[in-house]
Design a protein. Structure first.
Length: 579
């Protein structure tokens, strides 16, 4: 209940009570006195809460000076209905300083457009600026990293990529150092300052790498933390069916065991002799508990009709089916695989191949090869491309599951060349793409987190909380405006690793210092402001209409006159009035 409603109720109650007393009194002109009391009640209410009237006013441009503004930009600022400076914007003393854009807009309600000058609006002011057209006069980029793409979390055993841009440092280089200070990756900067680094994530845990920028003389110009949460790999339940042993299968099984996969296999050594590892029969119940089946053309040809039907039905029910080509594909297998969506035939194509990208640059000596095949599918997606842009593996959806075909012959050469990380990443991505979809979505932080800056956490349960580096807990409150996405705001108070705990899940994230990577922070602010900015058009003042409270004094003056008349009537004797 607001103040105006409470006041109205009290005034009406007082007027009704006064009217009741007037009706009971033995005096003249009771109708006039009751009417005057009601008029007085209405006048005092409108004196306290005047009605809204329309007013014509001059609407124009509000000039907003933001952090990162240069002296030249500050000196050139002119025009507009007012000029305000946000915190961190260095400018003249006579410029009005405001704590945020929302305050500036409340102080200057006549604002119809914004002219933002400097580094751009910080995240806290983006929402306040969405409803207005914006013209952005951006400052030159800072000296340092202005663009960065890096994962916050990776799986153990995989290779991760960090890329970005450092303008103005041609012939320089960047280094990625592990928590012990050892250089794990380095790259020279391109002419435009672009770089890309590849590194290997080893044991699970939280690791704080560091990105170092060095100029052409080797002097360090910038350093920023590069935190990485290394998650343990999912223990996929995998069944391997092979018609014969081969080096590719040997290295694949070794990697799967090292990566923690729940691996069962049946490899035929000769007629009637097979090597078994684990116990996973080909039954409907067993396949329902399996995430992926890897089978080559010889093992498929040896399966009976019932086993093939079980595999096809299980794939439509969610199982991942991975077809591996190790040699000549028999006609009966070609027909079976065509029923799965893949048309396979021999072709005169180059058999040598190098990977376009395997998450890590392999040793040049690791020249790979592929089978001389042409594989076609109407609705398939490339699972792996080689250097000439053609596919060496495809996958397609089949019901609730996925089916893939792979005809790269010897990816194990990546491991022989000393790049076991590239081999592991190659197969990890391939198997994760095809395997049965399972698991639950985890809560997550949207974007980066910085000290004293609002972050948004989504996918939360009602009892979610954040565990800070000192062990204290911050309980999160779901935002009513984001209730569908189960989001909450969080203002970090300390730098370092935090843990988000929600619905039994624990997700770690890193909070950067408020002044970390200033050039990158400024570049992101500029990009966000530039996204909001559109065609500003004519920034001259225009005439507009707005609602304002009506003047109070006429109502108050009328109330005084009515109250004075009522006082006179109360003090005048009935006989004197009637004479």
């Amino acid at each position: 209940m607001n103040v105006a409603l409470v006041t109205a109720i009290l005034i009406v109650a007082a007027a009704l009570f006064g009217s009741w007393r007037t009706l009971r009194a033995q005096s003249g002109r009771r109708a006039l006195r009751i009417a005057l009391q009601l008029v007085a009640a209405a006048l005092i209410y409108f004196a306290l809460f005047p009605p809204t009237v329309s007013e014509r006013f001059a609407a124009g441009t509000l000039v907003v000076l933001t952090p990162g503004i240069t002296e030249a930009q500050a000196a050139a600022v002119s025009g507009g209905i007012a000029t305000v400076a946000l915190p961190g914007a260095v400018t003249r003393r006579d410029v009005e300083h405001v704590p945020d854009l929302g305050t500036a807009l409340r102080r200057h309600p006549e604002t119809s457009r914004l002219q933002v000058v400097g580094g751009g609006l910080p995240p806290r002011d983006i929402d306040a600026a969405r409803a207005l057209p914006i013209e952005f006069d951006g400052a030159p980029p800072g000296d340092g990293i202005v663009d960065l793409s890096a994962p916050a979390s990776v799986r153990a055993g995989s290779t991760f990529v960090i890329s970005g841009r450092v303008p103005g440092h041609a012939d320089g280089r960047v280094e990625l150092r592990d928590p012990a200070g050892a250089v794990v990756a380095n790259a020279a900067l391109a002419q435009d300052g672009a770089f890309s680094l590849n590194a290997h994530a080893k044991a699970p845990g939280n690791a704080e790498f560091a990105l170092h920028v060095l100029d052409r003389s080797g002097v360090e110009s910038e350093q920023m933390p590069q935190p990485l949460a290394v998650q343990p790999g999912d223990a996929l339940r995998v069944l391997v069916l092979a018609g014969a042993p081969d080096p590719e299968l040997k290295y694949l099984r070794r990697w799967a065991i090292d990566a923690g996969l729940d691996l069962s296999s049946r490899i035929v050594l000769s007629d009637g002799i097979a090597m078994r590892d684990g116990d996973m029969p080909l039954t409907a119940d067993a396949l329902a508990r399996t995430d992926l089946v890897i089978v080559d053309e010889r093992a498929w040809n040896a399966l009976d009709a019932n086993a093939k039907t079980l595999l096809k039905d299980a794939a439509r029910d969610g199982l991942g089916l991975f077809l591996r080509v190790t040699g000549t594909v028999p006609d009966v297998v070609v027909a079976d695989w065509q029923a799965l969506g893949f048309r396979v035939r021999a072709a005169d194509v180059a058999e040598t191949a190098s990977l376009a990208t395997a998450g890590s640059a392999p040793d040049p000596a690791a020249v790979l090869s592929r089978r001389a095949l042409l594989v076609e599918a109407d609705d398939a997606t490339p699972l792996l491309r080689v250097g000439d842009g053609s596919a060496a593996a495809l996958w397609r959806g089949d019901g609730r599951g996925r089916v893939a075909i792979w005809w790269l012959a010897d990816s194990y050469r990546l491991a022989l060349a000393g790049d076991a990380g590239a081999f592991g990443t190659l197969w990890s991505r391939a198997l994760a793409t095809v395997a049965r979809a399972r698991g639950t979505s985890a809560p997550a932080l949207r974007g980066d987190a910085r000290v004293d800056r609002r972050g948004v956490l989504c996918g939360l349960s009602d009892d979610a909380y954040v565990e800070q580096p000192d062990g204290t807990h911050v309980v999160l409150t779901i935002d009513d405006a984001r209730v569908e996405r189960r989001c909450a705001g969080f203002w970090p108070a300390a730098q370092g690793w935090h843990a988000l705990v929600s619905n039994g899940q624990r997700v770690t994230f890193y909070v950067f210092a408020a002044n970390a990577a200033p050039a990158l922070d400024a570049a992101r602010n500029a990009d966000a402001t530039r996204t909001l900015a559109g065609t500003a058009g004519d920034f001259a003042s225009t005439i507009a209409m707005r609602g304002i409270p009506a003047p109070r004094w006429p109502f108050f003056a009328g109330w005084l006159a009515v109250v004075a008349l009522l006082w006179w009537l109360e003090r005048t004797k009935p006989s004197a009035v009637e004479t």
